[in-house]
Design a protein around this ligand. Structure first.
Ligand SMILES: [Zn+2]
Length: 112
């Protein structure tokens, strides 16, 4: 079980309908998001997809999120913009080619 599997287990229906996992480096921030959503009085919304797009986290819910749910999701998206998608260390968006947030180590193509 990966951290993302653990995170998805907190969601209704056992996770997003479409399994399109972002990198494991985002496991902690996705887990934290799911944990906070699950702790809301109404619980977590049913998800259609959680993935990486243009280097940042995208979260698609099946129904429009409430204000509280939206805030938690927005916080996770903000974090994803500064978190290496491979290892979870602080990172920045790669300037050229495929858009992905990487730490200094993973920015070097030799280390990917
Ligand atoms: Zn990294």
């Amino acid at each position: 079980m990966t951290k993302l599997d653990d995170a998805y287990a907190l969601l209704p229906g056992g996770g997003p309908l479409i399994k399109d996992y972002p990198g494991e480096g985002w496991g902690d921030l996705v887990y934290e998001m799911c944990e906070k959503l699950a702790a809301l009085p109404g619980g977590a919304p049913k998800m259609s997809q959680i993935k990486s797009k243009f280097g940042e986290l995208r979260v698609y819910t099946c129904t429009a999120p409430t204000a509280e749910q939206g805030e938690i999701i927005a916080e996770a998206i903000e974090k994803s913009k500064a978190t290496c998608e491979i290892c979870g260390k602080p990172g920045t968006m790669k300037a050229t080619g495929w858009m992905i947030v990487l730490c200094d180590f993973h920015m070097d193509p030799k280390n990917r």
